[in-house]
Design a protein around this ligand. Sequence first.
Ligand SMILES: [Zn+2]
Length: 280
Amino acid sequence: MKGWLLLLSLGAVGCVTPLSSLTRVSTVATATARFELKTEPTATEDEARVRGALERSVAKLERWGNLAVAVTVRIAPTHLELERAVGRRGYDWLRAWARYDDLIVQSPGSWAGTDRDVDELIVHELTHCLLFQRSGTSRNWDTKQIPLWFREGMATVTADQGLRFPSLEDLADWLERNPELDVFGDAEQLSKEAYGQIYGTSFHAMRFLLKRVGDKAIVDMMAAMQKGDDFEGAFTRASGTTPKRFEADFLNYLRFRGFRGFGLKVRPRLRPVGPDTRPP
Ligand SMILES: [Zn+2]
């Protein structure tokens, strides 16, 4: 992520500044958030769709608080231009990129996104902006060492995207077949090829965390980071366990398939039959 600024400035020295064609500017304001929307002059349909999604997104974000700062939202006309603007190559699944107060979205028309897809995407990305804004300032938000699983887990849970990713059972199988992978430590690199599994792990890890500590602990973690803690300190203070320990717990939950609900009473398959045991 840090490379983006560097690449942007390098790009400016070369031929065309990425996204310089986005000359149409408008404002979207809700009771609790403000956005500046930048598009190509002819992209009126994409603009209307993203505008609607921005307006609808705010209610879903509220569980974590408000967006403290206005967000600039740019609609990249093509996937190539999105990748060029964020300095990545070969991330075919990438549809958007969020930073502290800046969001680039690939135009929904160019990937045939439905309204529901666009709503999910916008909620997901704005959850990233909210996390960064609530955990730091415009100068230090990217120094908090927030791991991928936490960022993507929070975003996929807020946008309710569980059905897009493998189930717990599928992930347990995948881990069994790939025991050498460090799904938390190497998440950034693995996400390029194993996007679904890594984002699925993030989604389920966040649900596992929320079941244990609740939404308020996440809000407390963000507040502690804003006051100066890094992620590890804030997580440990608010959850009572270290990130490393939590990750190990979650992997054990997957490996031993704790999600199957061991300990539930199993009904006997055959009931004794007799005059006293017949149902009334
Ligand atoms: Zn994301």
